[in-house]
Design a protein around this ligand. Structure first.
Ligand SMILES: *Cc1c(COP(=O)(O)O)cnc(C)c1O
Length: 428
Protein backbone atom coordinates (compact mmCIF):
# COMPACT_ATOMS: atom_id res chain seq x y z
CA UNK A 1 0.00 0.00 0.00
CA UNK A 2 1.72 3.21 -1.10
CA UNK A 3 1.48 6.65 0.41
CA UNK A 4 0.44 8.16 -2.93
CA UNK A 5 -3.13 7.08 -2.14
CA UNK A 6 -5.44 9.71 -0.66
CA UNK A 7 -6.12 10.03 3.07
CA UNK A 8 -9.65 8.60 2.89
CA UNK A 9 -8.32 5.51 1.10
CA UNK A 10 -5.38 5.04 3.46
CA UNK A 11 -7.56 5.31 6.60
CA UNK A 12 -9.42 2.19 5.38
CA UNK A 13 -6.72 0.18 3.59
CA UNK A 14 -3.25 1.09 4.88
CA UNK A 15 -1.48 -1.58 6.87
CA UNK A 16 -3.96 -4.32 6.09
CA UNK A 17 -4.65 -6.95 3.47
CA UNK A 18 -7.06 -9.88 3.54
CA UNK A 19 -5.87 -12.33 6.20
CA UNK A 20 -3.39 -14.70 4.51
CA UNK A 21 -4.59 -17.74 6.49
CA UNK A 22 -8.38 -17.37 6.14
CA UNK A 23 -9.08 -14.60 3.62
CA UNK A 24 -10.93 -12.66 6.34
CA UNK A 25 -11.59 -9.20 4.89
CA UNK A 26 -11.56 -7.34 8.20
CA UNK A 27 -8.40 -7.37 10.37
CA UNK A 28 -8.77 -10.34 12.75
CA UNK A 29 -8.14 -9.92 16.46
CA UNK A 30 -5.10 -12.16 16.91
CA UNK A 31 -5.78 -12.95 20.55
CA UNK A 32 -2.57 -14.91 21.10
CA UNK A 33 0.43 -14.49 23.35
CA UNK A 34 2.99 -16.47 21.35
CA UNK A 35 3.71 -17.70 17.80
CA UNK A 36 5.09 -21.11 16.80
CA UNK A 37 8.56 -20.94 15.24
CA UNK A 38 9.04 -22.91 11.99
CA UNK A 39 12.24 -24.38 13.41
CA UNK A 40 15.16 -23.44 15.67
CA UNK A 41 16.90 -21.52 12.88
CA UNK A 42 13.77 -19.41 12.26
CA UNK A 43 13.59 -18.63 15.98
CA UNK A 44 17.25 -17.55 16.09
CA UNK A 45 16.79 -15.27 13.05
CA UNK A 46 13.76 -13.58 14.62
CA UNK A 47 15.65 -12.89 17.85
CA UNK A 48 18.58 -11.49 15.81
CA UNK A 49 16.23 -9.12 13.88
CA UNK A 50 17.52 -10.83 10.70
CA UNK A 51 13.97 -11.77 9.78
CA UNK A 52 10.79 -9.90 10.62
CA UNK A 53 8.09 -11.98 12.29
CA UNK A 54 6.20 -12.65 15.48
CA UNK A 55 7.70 -13.98 18.70
CA UNK A 56 5.62 -12.86 21.68
CA UNK A 57 2.79 -10.31 21.95
CA UNK A 58 4.58 -8.05 24.45
CA UNK A 59 6.76 -7.21 21.42
CA UNK A 60 4.57 -7.59 18.34
CA UNK A 61 1.13 -8.89 17.34
CA UNK A 62 -0.44 -8.87 13.84
CA UNK A 63 -3.53 -6.83 14.85
CA UNK A 64 -1.41 -4.27 16.67
CA UNK A 65 1.09 -4.19 13.78
CA UNK A 66 -1.74 -3.41 11.32
CA UNK A 67 -2.70 -0.39 13.41
CA UNK A 68 0.92 0.81 13.62
CA UNK A 69 1.33 0.54 9.85
CA UNK A 70 -1.96 2.36 9.22
CA UNK A 71 -1.14 5.31 11.49
CA UNK A 72 2.41 5.49 10.10
CA UNK A 73 0.89 5.80 6.60
CA UNK A 74 -1.60 8.48 7.70
CA UNK A 75 1.17 10.50 9.35
CA UNK A 76 3.65 9.97 6.49
CA UNK A 77 6.12 8.18 8.78
CA UNK A 78 8.55 5.30 8.27
CA UNK A 79 7.31 3.17 11.17
CA UNK A 80 5.23 3.21 14.32
CA UNK A 81 5.01 1.49 17.67
CA UNK A 82 1.69 1.08 19.46
CA UNK A 83 1.55 1.44 23.25
CA UNK A 84 -0.86 0.92 26.12
CA UNK A 85 -1.82 4.61 26.42
CA UNK A 86 -0.96 8.08 25.21
CA UNK A 87 1.17 8.61 28.29
CA UNK A 88 3.00 5.36 27.60
CA UNK A 89 3.65 6.63 24.05
CA UNK A 90 5.31 9.75 25.47
CA UNK A 91 7.65 7.69 27.65
CA UNK A 92 8.33 5.36 24.71
CA UNK A 93 9.16 8.37 22.49
CA UNK A 94 11.67 9.73 25.00
CA UNK A 95 13.11 6.38 26.11
CA UNK A 96 15.61 5.75 23.26
CA UNK A 97 16.72 9.40 23.29
CA UNK A 98 17.22 10.12 26.97
CA UNK A 99 19.52 8.96 29.75
CA UNK A 100 20.13 10.07 33.34
CA UNK A 101 20.89 13.82 33.41
CA UNK A 102 19.19 14.49 30.07
CA UNK A 103 16.31 16.93 29.59
CA UNK A 104 13.48 17.66 27.17
CA UNK A 105 12.48 21.23 26.36
CA UNK A 106 8.67 21.34 26.32
CA UNK A 107 5.98 23.87 25.49
CA UNK A 108 4.01 25.39 28.38
CA UNK A 109 0.83 24.72 26.32
CA UNK A 110 0.36 21.00 27.01
CA UNK A 111 -2.23 18.51 28.22
CA UNK A 112 -2.27 18.78 32.04
CA UNK A 113 -1.28 15.13 32.48
CA UNK A 114 1.80 15.66 30.33
CA UNK A 115 2.91 18.64 32.41
CA UNK A 116 2.55 16.40 35.46
CA UNK A 117 4.43 13.48 33.85
CA UNK A 118 7.27 15.75 32.72
CA UNK A 119 7.46 17.86 35.88
CA UNK A 120 7.62 15.05 38.40
CA UNK A 121 7.47 11.45 37.25
CA UNK A 122 10.25 11.44 34.65
CA UNK A 123 12.63 12.68 37.36
CA UNK A 124 12.57 9.13 38.73
CA UNK A 125 14.46 8.12 35.57
CA UNK A 126 16.94 10.97 36.07
CA UNK A 127 15.32 12.90 33.21
CA UNK A 128 13.89 16.41 33.49
CA UNK A 129 11.86 18.93 31.49
CA UNK A 130 12.17 22.67 30.96
CA UNK A 131 8.96 24.47 30.02
CA UNK A 132 9.11 27.40 27.61
CA UNK A 133 6.62 29.55 25.68
CA UNK A 134 7.08 28.17 22.15
CA UNK A 135 5.91 31.46 20.62
CA UNK A 136 9.19 32.92 21.92
CA UNK A 137 11.63 31.17 19.58
CA UNK A 138 14.65 32.88 21.13
CA UNK A 139 13.64 31.57 24.57
CA UNK A 140 13.12 28.10 23.10
CA UNK A 141 16.59 28.09 21.58
CA UNK A 142 18.13 29.51 24.77
CA UNK A 143 16.54 26.74 26.86
CA UNK A 144 18.40 24.06 24.88
CA UNK A 145 21.61 22.99 26.61
CA UNK A 146 24.23 20.24 26.10
CA UNK A 147 22.02 17.73 27.90
CA UNK A 148 18.84 18.44 25.92
CA UNK A 149 17.79 15.47 23.82
CA UNK A 150 14.37 16.49 22.47
CA UNK A 151 11.92 19.34 21.92
CA UNK A 152 8.26 18.54 22.69
CA UNK A 153 4.99 20.28 21.86
CA UNK A 154 1.40 19.66 20.75
CA UNK A 155 0.15 20.63 17.27
CA UNK A 156 -3.29 21.88 18.38
CA UNK A 157 -2.72 22.10 22.11
CA UNK A 158 -5.12 20.66 24.65
CA UNK A 159 -7.24 22.30 26.16
CA UNK A 160 -7.66 23.91 22.77
CA UNK A 161 -7.45 27.31 21.19
CA UNK A 162 -3.71 27.20 20.65
CA UNK A 163 -1.87 26.14 17.51
CA UNK A 164 1.90 25.69 17.57
CA UNK A 165 3.84 27.21 14.70
CA UNK A 166 5.37 23.82 13.86
CA UNK A 167 7.43 25.14 10.94
CA UNK A 168 9.14 27.71 13.14
CA UNK A 169 9.68 25.27 16.05
CA UNK A 170 11.06 22.63 13.65
CA UNK A 171 13.42 25.29 12.33
CA UNK A 172 14.84 25.76 15.84
CA UNK A 173 15.07 21.96 16.35
CA UNK A 174 16.98 21.69 13.07
CA UNK A 175 19.35 24.47 14.01
CA UNK A 176 20.24 22.87 17.36
CA UNK A 177 20.31 19.36 15.84
CA UNK A 178 17.62 17.82 18.05
CA UNK A 179 14.52 15.74 17.30
CA UNK A 180 11.14 17.48 17.51
CA UNK A 181 8.39 15.37 19.11
CA UNK A 182 4.83 16.51 18.37
CA UNK A 183 1.78 15.26 20.26
CA UNK A 184 -0.83 15.23 17.48
CA UNK A 185 -3.71 13.89 19.61
CA UNK A 186 -6.00 16.93 19.44
CA UNK A 187 -5.58 17.46 15.70
CA UNK A 188 -5.39 13.86 14.41
CA UNK A 189 -3.47 13.23 11.17
CA UNK A 190 -6.55 14.32 9.21
CA UNK A 191 -6.18 17.93 10.36
CA UNK A 192 -2.41 18.11 10.83
CA UNK A 193 0.55 16.02 9.64
CA UNK A 194 3.47 17.21 11.80
CA UNK A 195 6.12 15.28 9.85
CA UNK A 196 5.37 17.45 6.80
CA UNK A 197 6.24 20.45 9.02
CA UNK A 198 9.56 18.98 10.18
CA UNK A 199 8.64 16.80 13.18
CA UNK A 200 10.88 13.80 13.90
CA UNK A 201 8.42 11.81 16.04
CA UNK A 202 4.65 12.09 16.38
CA UNK A 203 2.89 10.78 19.48
CA UNK A 204 -0.81 10.04 19.85
CA UNK A 205 -3.26 9.19 22.51
CA UNK A 206 -5.31 6.72 20.40
CA UNK A 207 -7.84 7.00 23.22
CA UNK A 208 -9.14 10.20 21.64
CA UNK A 209 -10.02 11.00 17.99
CA UNK A 210 -8.23 8.02 16.41
CA UNK A 211 -10.61 5.55 18.07
CA UNK A 212 -13.17 8.30 18.38
CA UNK A 213 -15.84 6.81 20.60
CA UNK A 214 -14.40 6.49 24.10
CA UNK A 215 -13.87 2.72 24.08
CA UNK A 216 -10.07 2.35 24.14
CA UNK A 217 -7.00 3.47 26.06
CA UNK A 218 -4.04 3.42 23.70
CA UNK A 219 -1.08 5.33 22.33
CA UNK A 220 1.14 5.38 19.25
CA UNK A 221 4.59 6.76 18.41
CA UNK A 222 5.27 7.39 14.71
CA UNK A 223 8.85 7.92 13.51
CA UNK A 224 9.47 10.04 10.43
CA UNK A 225 12.60 7.96 9.73
CA UNK A 226 14.31 11.22 8.75
CA UNK A 227 16.45 12.11 11.78
CA UNK A 228 20.17 11.35 11.61
CA UNK A 229 20.71 9.68 14.99
CA UNK A 230 24.45 9.27 14.31
CA UNK A 231 25.34 12.90 13.52
CA UNK A 232 25.76 14.39 17.01
CA UNK A 233 26.91 11.47 19.18
CA UNK A 234 24.08 12.36 21.58
CA UNK A 235 21.94 9.25 20.94
CA UNK A 236 24.05 6.22 21.90
CA UNK A 237 21.04 3.89 22.36
CA UNK A 238 20.26 4.31 18.67
CA UNK A 239 23.63 5.05 17.09
CA UNK A 240 26.24 3.19 19.17
CA UNK A 241 26.45 -0.45 20.31
CA UNK A 242 23.33 -0.87 22.50
CA UNK A 243 24.22 -3.00 25.55
CA UNK A 244 20.50 -3.73 26.05
CA UNK A 245 20.46 -5.60 22.69
CA UNK A 246 23.75 -7.55 22.50
CA UNK A 247 25.67 -4.52 21.22
CA UNK A 248 23.57 -3.87 18.09
CA UNK A 249 24.01 -0.42 16.54
CA UNK A 250 20.37 0.12 15.51
CA UNK A 251 20.99 3.10 13.22
CA UNK A 252 23.84 1.39 11.37
CA UNK A 253 21.89 -1.86 11.01
CA UNK A 254 18.35 -0.58 10.38
CA UNK A 255 18.64 2.98 9.03
CA UNK A 256 15.26 4.74 8.89
CA UNK A 257 13.68 1.95 10.98
CA UNK A 258 16.20 2.31 13.86
CA UNK A 259 13.83 4.09 16.24
CA UNK A 260 10.90 1.75 15.53
CA UNK A 261 12.95 -1.44 15.97
CA UNK A 262 14.61 -0.13 19.14
CA UNK A 263 11.19 0.78 20.54
CA UNK A 264 9.96 -2.76 19.99
CA UNK A 265 13.10 -4.81 20.68
CA UNK A 266 14.18 -2.85 23.78
CA UNK A 267 11.36 -0.44 24.72
CA UNK A 268 8.38 -2.81 24.65
CA UNK A 269 10.52 -5.78 25.69
CA UNK A 270 11.72 -4.09 28.91
CA UNK A 271 9.08 -1.45 29.72
CA UNK A 272 6.15 -3.62 28.62
CA UNK A 273 3.79 -0.74 27.75
CA UNK A 274 2.17 -2.87 25.05
CA UNK A 275 -1.16 -2.29 23.30
CA UNK A 276 -3.55 -5.24 23.41
CA UNK A 277 -4.95 -6.69 20.14
CA UNK A 278 -8.59 -6.00 21.09
CA UNK A 279 -7.80 -2.33 21.67
CA UNK A 280 -5.90 -2.17 18.37
CA UNK A 281 -8.95 -3.64 16.60
CA UNK A 282 -11.31 -1.00 18.03
CA UNK A 283 -8.87 1.76 17.02
CA UNK A 284 -8.59 0.34 13.48
CA UNK A 285 -12.41 0.40 13.24
CA UNK A 286 -12.48 3.99 14.46
CA UNK A 287 -9.82 5.18 12.02
CA UNK A 288 -11.88 3.94 9.04
CA UNK A 289 -14.17 6.98 9.56
CA UNK A 290 -11.60 9.45 10.93
CA UNK A 291 -11.87 12.02 8.13
CA UNK A 292 -15.69 11.99 8.17
CA UNK A 293 -15.82 12.45 11.92
CA UNK A 294 -13.17 15.18 11.98
CA UNK A 295 -15.03 17.15 9.28
CA UNK A 296 -18.17 17.15 11.45
CA UNK A 297 -16.24 17.84 14.69
CA UNK A 298 -14.67 20.92 13.05
CA UNK A 299 -17.92 22.12 11.45
CA UNK A 300 -19.84 21.82 14.75
CA UNK A 301 -17.01 23.36 16.82
CA UNK A 302 -16.87 26.38 14.53
CA UNK A 303 -20.64 26.97 14.82
CA UNK A 304 -20.72 26.48 18.59
CA UNK A 305 -17.70 28.76 19.10
CA UNK A 306 -19.28 31.50 16.98
CA UNK A 307 -22.54 31.20 18.91
CA UNK A 308 -20.80 31.35 22.30
CA UNK A 309 -18.65 34.32 21.29
CA UNK A 310 -21.78 36.43 20.71
CA UNK A 311 -23.40 35.39 24.02
CA UNK A 312 -23.35 38.06 26.78
CA UNK A 313 -22.99 35.34 29.47
CA UNK A 314 -19.59 34.41 28.03
CA UNK A 315 -16.38 36.41 28.61
CA UNK A 316 -14.26 34.93 25.82
CA UNK A 317 -13.90 31.88 23.57
CA UNK A 318 -10.47 30.49 22.63
CA UNK A 319 -11.25 28.53 19.45
CA UNK A 320 -8.45 29.08 16.90
CA UNK A 321 -11.05 28.87 14.12
CA UNK A 322 -12.47 32.25 15.25
CA UNK A 323 -11.22 35.40 13.54
CA UNK A 324 -10.71 36.89 17.03
CA UNK A 325 -8.17 34.19 17.96
CA UNK A 326 -4.51 35.29 18.02
CA UNK A 327 -3.72 31.89 16.47
CA UNK A 328 -6.30 32.08 13.66
CA UNK A 329 -3.60 32.95 11.10
CA UNK A 330 -1.87 29.60 11.82
CA UNK A 331 -4.88 27.50 10.77
CA UNK A 332 -4.15 27.89 7.06
CA UNK A 333 -0.56 26.66 7.34
CA UNK A 334 -0.70 24.08 10.19
CA UNK A 335 -4.22 22.59 10.08
CA UNK A 336 -5.88 23.85 6.90
CA UNK A 337 -8.90 21.52 7.22
CA UNK A 338 -9.89 23.13 10.52
CA UNK A 339 -8.87 24.06 14.05
CA UNK A 340 -10.16 20.87 15.70
CA UNK A 341 -13.10 20.07 17.92
CA UNK A 342 -11.68 21.28 21.21
CA UNK A 343 -11.77 24.70 22.82
CA UNK A 344 -12.34 26.55 26.05
CA UNK A 345 -14.53 29.45 27.00
CA UNK A 346 -14.79 31.67 30.06
CA UNK A 347 -18.11 31.92 31.87
CA UNK A 348 -19.12 35.20 33.56
CA UNK A 349 -19.32 34.32 37.23
CA UNK A 350 -15.99 32.44 37.38
CA UNK A 351 -15.31 29.14 39.11
CA UNK A 352 -18.76 28.85 40.73
CA UNK A 353 -20.63 29.48 37.46
CA UNK A 354 -18.41 26.93 35.65
CA UNK A 355 -19.23 24.23 38.17
CA UNK A 356 -22.96 25.09 37.92
CA UNK A 357 -22.82 24.95 34.12
CA UNK A 358 -21.16 21.52 34.14
CA UNK A 359 -23.84 20.20 36.51
CA UNK A 360 -26.71 21.70 34.45
CA UNK A 361 -25.93 20.26 31.03
CA UNK A 362 -27.97 17.29 29.82
CA UNK A 363 -26.59 16.33 26.40
CA UNK A 364 -22.95 16.99 27.29
CA UNK A 365 -21.21 14.43 29.48
CA UNK A 366 -18.98 15.67 32.29
CA UNK A 367 -15.94 13.47 31.75
CA UNK A 368 -12.13 13.62 31.69
CA UNK A 369 -11.89 12.68 28.03
CA UNK A 370 -12.00 14.27 24.59
CA UNK A 371 -12.35 13.25 20.97
CA UNK A 372 -15.55 11.26 21.45
CA UNK A 373 -18.51 11.24 19.04
CA UNK A 374 -20.43 12.63 22.04
CA UNK A 375 -20.07 16.22 23.20
CA UNK A 376 -18.06 16.40 26.41
CA UNK A 377 -17.31 19.11 28.94
CA UNK A 378 -14.86 19.45 31.77
CA UNK A 379 -13.91 22.17 34.20
CA UNK A 380 -10.14 21.69 34.00
CA UNK A 381 -9.22 23.78 37.05
CA UNK A 382 -11.22 21.53 39.42
CA UNK A 383 -10.25 18.25 37.67
CA UNK A 384 -7.44 17.51 35.15
CA UNK A 385 -5.41 20.62 36.01
CA UNK A 386 -6.24 20.53 39.72
CA UNK A 387 -2.72 19.55 40.83
CA UNK A 388 -1.17 22.53 39.02
CA UNK A 389 -0.61 25.95 40.55
CA UNK A 390 -2.97 28.73 39.40
CA UNK A 391 -0.11 30.24 37.36
CA UNK A 392 0.43 26.88 35.61
CA UNK A 393 -3.34 26.56 35.06
CA UNK A 394 -3.46 29.98 33.40
CA UNK A 395 -0.35 29.23 31.29
CA UNK A 396 -1.91 25.94 30.16
CA UNK A 397 -5.18 27.69 29.19
CA UNK A 398 -7.11 26.14 32.08
CA UNK A 399 -7.82 29.14 34.31
CA UNK A 400 -10.49 28.76 37.05
CA UNK A 401 -13.17 30.66 35.05
CA UNK A 402 -12.76 28.46 31.98
CA UNK A 403 -14.46 25.23 30.84
CA UNK A 404 -13.23 22.95 28.05
CA UNK A 405 -15.58 21.57 25.42
CA UNK A 406 -14.94 18.60 23.16
CA UNK A 407 -17.61 19.11 20.52
CA UNK A 408 -19.20 15.90 19.28
CA UNK A 409 -20.80 15.01 15.98
CA UNK A 410 -24.46 15.31 17.11
CA UNK A 411 -26.87 17.81 15.50
CA UNK A 412 -25.33 21.19 16.20
CA UNK A 413 -28.72 22.74 17.08
CA UNK A 414 -29.04 20.25 19.96
CA UNK A 415 -25.52 21.02 21.20
CA UNK A 416 -26.24 24.75 21.21
CA UNK A 417 -29.64 24.32 22.88
CA UNK A 418 -28.03 22.37 25.72
CA UNK A 419 -25.35 25.03 26.25
CA UNK A 420 -28.06 27.72 26.17
CA UNK A 421 -30.09 26.15 28.97
CA UNK A 422 -26.90 25.32 30.94
CA UNK A 423 -25.64 28.90 30.75
CA UNK A 424 -29.07 30.16 31.85
CA UNK A 425 -28.88 27.97 34.96
CA UNK A 426 -25.23 28.85 35.63
CA UNK A 427 -25.67 32.62 35.45
CA UNK A 428 -29.17 32.93 36.94
C1 LIG B 1 -5.30 12.25 26.60
C2 LIG B 1 -4.06 12.88 26.14
C3 LIG B 1 -2.81 12.32 26.44
C4 LIG B 1 -2.66 11.08 27.28
O1 LIG B 1 -3.25 9.99 26.66
P1 LIG B 1 -3.83 8.71 27.48
O2 LIG B 1 -4.27 7.79 26.40
O3 LIG B 1 -4.93 9.20 28.34
O4 LIG B 1 -2.69 8.19 28.28
C5 LIG B 1 -1.69 12.94 25.95
N1 LIG B 1 -1.77 14.06 25.21
C6 LIG B 1 -2.96 14.62 24.91
C7 LIG B 1 -2.98 15.87 24.08
C8 LIG B 1 -4.14 14.06 25.35
O5 LIG B 1 -5.31 14.63 25.06
Amino acid sequence: MTNTLGFDTLQIHAGTAPDPATGARQVPIYQTTAYVFRDADHAAKLFNLQEVGYIYSRLTNPTVAALGARVAALEGGAGAVCCSSGHAAQIMALFPLMGPGCNVVASTKLYGGTIQQFNNTIRKFGWSAKFVDFDDLAALEAAVDDNTRAIFCESIANPGGYITDLNAVAGVADKVGLPLIVDNTSASPYLCRPIAHGATLVVHSATKYLTGNGTVTGGIVVDSGKFDWSASGKFPSLAAPEPAYHGLNFHAALGAMAFTFHSIAVGLRDLGMTMNPQGAHYTLMGIETLSLRMQRHVENAQKVAEWLEKDPRVDFVTYAGLKSSPYNHRVASICPKGAGGLFTFAVKGGYAACVKLVDSLKLFSHVANLGDTRSLIIHSASTTHRQLSEAQQVAAGAAPNVVRLSIGIEDVADIIADLDQGLAAATA
